[in-house]
Design a protein around this ligand. Sequence first.
Ligand SMILES: Cc1cc2nc3c(=O)[nH]c(=O)nc-3n(C[C@H](O)[C@H](O)[C@H](O)COP(=O)(O)OP(=O)(O)OC[C@H]3O[C@@H](n4cnc5c(N)ncnc54)[C@H](O)[C@@H]3O)c2cc1C
Ligand SMILES: NC(=O)c1ccc[n+]([C@@H]2O[C@H](COP(=O)([O-])OP(=O)(O)OC[C@H]3O[C@@H](n4cnc5c(N)ncnc54)[C@H](OP(=O)(O)O)[C@@H]3O)[C@@H](O)[C@H]2O)c1
Length: 431
Amino acid sequence: MGSCKEQETEQEQEELMKQAKCVLVHGPIIVGAGPSGLAASACLSQQGVPSLILEKSDCIASLWQHKTYDRLKLHLPKQFCELPLLGFPEDFPKYPTRQQFISYMESYASHFSIKPKFEQAVQRAEFDHTTGLWKVETQDLVYISRWLIVATGENAEPVIPEILGIDQFNGPILHTSVYKTGSVFKNQRVLVVGCGNSGMEVSLDLCRHNAIPHMVVRNSVHVLPREMFGISTFGVAMALLKWLPLRLVDKFLLVVANFILGNTDQLGLRRPKTGPIELKNVTGKTPVLDVGALSQIRCGKIKVMDGVKEITTSGIKFMDGQEKQFDSIILATGYKSNVPTWLKANDFAKDGMPKTPFPNGWKGENGLYTVGFTRRGLLGTASDAVKIARDVADQWRTIKDWNTCDLVLCNLENHKKAKKMRKKKVGCFIG
Ligand SMILES: Cc1cc2nc3c(=O)[nH]c(=O)nc-3n(C[C@H](O)[C@H](O)[C@H](O)COP(=O)(O)OP(=O)(O)OC[C@H]3O[C@@H](n4cnc5c(N)ncnc54)[C@H](O)[C@@H]3O)c2cc1C
Ligand SMILES: NC(=O)c1ccc[n+]([C@@H]2O[C@H](COP(=O)([O-])OP(=O)(O)OC[C@H]3O[C@@H](n4cnc5c(N)ncnc54)[C@H](OP(=O)(O)O)[C@@H]3O)[C@@H](O)[C@H]2O)c1
């Protein structure tokens, strides 16, 4: 804990910044304190480059802390989910729990002394061609920097589908981002809309709490075992891809999956014509890694339903003509990026993903970078963060005269306050 004097100075600095309304950040501004933002900050710090993270929530890894269910475990072994420079503790299991992942994130942030500014929701970010700087606006302040790193995640906002009659339903309707446990649904008939990893796991959790889940499968889906002969399916795929063409690897995965899981088509889970890795690369659709839902489907405890035609006051009309009563509806309908709502730049497409495809999407124009938008989970995050830090560090070293920044400040209305703040030694901020 800091001394009273330090705390007073910090408070004073905060107050001055608020008055100045404008803060120049030496080093990149990172938007988002999830795993991607933390990884970028750590890699930059290792290169001697300071950074500032702006986070809209009140904590790091807010997706994991606030928007995930209790029984969540990583689906991939920990070596594929660790961030650069500091791995998981050795005594963690192969598939860490949600709580263990959060504790790893907390140790990571503390190890690299990362202190994000919380409750700073970025509402707009735009490059100013006159000054050559990014202007990043939150509800409180305008932050300015040469570099902007987008780390707001592929899963920033829940997807709420438009379904006919959705407003009439009498029972609760919730998205998986607010689902915690099946215990509150005991003995209820619950409709789970969607059969991705969330839909499958939530249905399984509902089963374990004696609810009666019905899962909507409107399309084809690849279900793979989490492990093949004791090795993670993901690990097997990664290893084979080093030697074999993608389509051959896909064929191999499907033969083994059919051997282990049986024919999933017979359970109402039709396989897409395209193989699982190719489909993921082309459409971003993640294969489901089975952790127990399939056996519950096989024994009839999770019922597979056709697409939803209409929601009525007390139930659902399905596409195949069936009609059933339900107590609650859970939307396991996935997530989307929120970048188009705040970033004014041409580097992102309408769906909030970088226009430049993997592996080059990490670098945009005018000092813009993106971390964690590769559709490759935490492995993609780690590789982006390392590349971004190297690229920014190369520029950082060539910028010898930081006084040029003061020239920019002359254009800002609060020049006097800026001077006052400098006198007070406001760290790396000049307002
Ligand atoms: C249920 C679930 C389980 C998952 N399990 C795995 C897994 O096992 N392995 C794996 O690799 N991936 C998994 N993922 C994918 C997951 O998205 C990544 O693991 C990881 O969280 C991505 O990190 P990120 O930092 O890019 O995004 P996020 O974790 O989403 O972090 C983004 C941060 O940005 C903040 N933010 C957003 N908008 C703004 C704004 N405008 N201003 C300021 N801050 C903002 C958010 O509050 C958030 O804290 C899972 C996803 C879900 C939903
Ligand atoms: N333990 C873990 O590691 C874990 C657990 C959960 C999630 N995750 C990850 O988190 C990310 C998000 O997963 P997710 O399962 O939440 O989302 P997702 O993979 O995007 O799946 C969304 C599902 O909802 C369906 N859907 C969307 N709109 C629908 C509608 N109107 N009617 C019927 N179905 C509809 C989709 O079907 P269509 O295919 O037909 O569009 C799909 O089945 C993924 O990367 C996933 O791997 C990981």
